[in-house]
Design a protein around this ligand. Structure first.
Ligand code: UD1
Length: 414
């Protein structure tokens, strides 16, 4: 059997069309991870044609449309339009709506990224149908089951057939859970592919902040903009009135010395309104912006004095940009950003956050270095490896011949 682009031609002359890979996105942090993968798979000339499926977990234009445009992503072939709901309802609804899509496309594999509810929901549907599951950004562990993403990561990795990792520590985490080396491939970080490809095109800070009361403070020193970027959206930080009030107090104290730009997630915006905290900010020291587009956020981060965040992605992006990052959480699933990058965990205690920020102002903060394989080519490595992996599994009749990993083989690998 020989493969030629989208067709596989058997020696008896039978022609098969290559089965697609369903590539799933659902929430904002998925888009920048998937964009280079789609591009790299498409560059293989339809050997493994990607079909983009959007679950609709995120749906606001600010959380969605602008990213597809900025990242040059094709419009999704399918949108499941699930929207917001409790975790159980959202996950179940994604599963119900994804199953017929899998049936219709008979994919060679389902590829999921990251750790959001869409990731586990679609992985589970595929696994139960015997379709190989490919997980990009596998093996990250914050050891915090209170975070919904922590649960999503562990479960997705257990049922994935092929696990692509961003840092070497991930393999040890997977080994500890009984996942063998034959399923794990260290490829680097696809999100950094997107960052490196777009950093030159980032929107300048002056454009993003034009006309806002904060601009005077940010550009007070004519030589360089001076400001911090803040994002907060973890339920543990924003859903509790006492915690959120405490964090806002800390930001207020920091803003007396460094103007802050806060890009507000819809969840946080609703909580601020619910707790009567929407007016708790002095607009000349803390600018509240709507969720930013990818190129706007990249421009803001690239020139920032520091970033304060509870996001996973920003910890990695700041490391790639060499910008000091304070992570407002008690743990991180991305330890390389601390060991080699610019990240510092500062917890959620107000005093510690303020002291850590002032320490960065005094010292300039960590500069770090780019971690191994965060070089802009992770997606190409994935595409090449995946094409070979799928070709190796393809049987004469075009079905996936090799049996799926069983509990027995997982135990054996342990
Ligand atoms: C989700 C991911 C989280 C990721 C984050 C990035 C899970 C469990 N969490 O959290 O890992 O870091 O996305 O943003 O999957 N909302 C809107 N418009 C939208 C989307 C959401 O207004 O387009 C509001 C709704 O009130 C919704 C709330 O935000 O209930 C939370 O949305 P949801 O998708 O459940 O989780 P995120 O907090 O966004």
């Amino acid at each position: 059997m020989i493969s030629r682009d989208e067709q596989t031609i058997d020696h008896d002359g039978t022609v098969e069309t290559a089965r697609p890979i369903l590539c799933v996105v659902g929430a904002r942090p998925n888009y920048m991870k998937m964009a280079p993968i789609i591009r790299a798979l498409a560059a293989l000339g339809n050997a493994v044609p990607p079909v983009l499926v959007h679950t609709g977990q995120h749906y606001d234009a600010a959380m969605n449309d602008s990213f597809f445009t900025a990242l040059g992503m094709p419009r999704p072939a399918v949108n499941l339009e699930v929207g917001s709901a409790s975790h159980a309802v959202q996950t179940a609804e994604i599963m119900k709506r994804f199953e017929p899509v899998v049936d219709a496309h008979r994919p060679a594999a389902v590829l999921v990224v990251g750790d959001v509810n869409s990731t586990i929901a679609c992985a589970l549907v595929a696994a139960k149908k015997g379709i190989p599951v490919v997980h990009v950004e596998a093996g990250l562990r914050g050891c915090d089951r209170a975070m919904p993403e922590g649960v999503n990561r562990v479960l997705t990795d257990q049922i994935a057939d092929l696990l692509y990792t961003t840092e070497r520590s991930a393999a040890a985490n997977l080994h500890a859970e009984g996942i063998g080396d034959e399923r794990i491939v260290f490829v680097g970080n696809v999100m950094i592919d997107t960052l490196l490809a777009n950093v030159e095109a980032a929107v300048p800070v002056a454009t993003t902040l034009a006309g806002l009361p904060i601009a005077d403070a940010v550009f007070a020193d004519r030589d360089a903009a001076s400001y911090g970027v803040v994002t907060l959206h973890r339920p543990s930080n924003v859903d509790d009135r006492v915690t959120l009030t405490r964090l806002i107090g800390a930001l207020g104290e920091i803003s007396a010395r460094l103007p802050l730009v806060l890009a507000l997630h819809p969840r946080t915006r609703s909580r601020l309104a619910e707790f009567g905290l929407s007016d708790a900010f002095d607009p000349s020291r803390i600018a509240i912006l709507p969720p930013q587009g990818y190129l706007e956020m990249l421009g803001l981060m690239a020139k920032a004095t520091m970033v304060l965040t509870d996001s996973g992605g920003l910890q990695e992006e700041t490391t790639a940009l060499g910008v000091p990052c304070l992570t407002i959480r008690e743990n991180t699933e991305r330890p390389i950003t601390i060991a080699e990058g610019t990240n510092t965990l500062c917890g959620t205690d107000a005093r510690r956050i303020v002291d850590s920020a002032f320490e960065i102002l005094a010292s300039g903060g960590k500069r770090g270095r780019a971690p191994e394989l965060w070089d802009g080519h992770a997606a190409e490595r994935i595409a090449r490896h995946l094409a070979g992996w799928i070709a190796a599994r393809r049987g004469r009749d075009g079905t996936i011949a090799e049996p799926k990993t069983t509990i027995g083989s997982i135990r054996k690998a342990a």
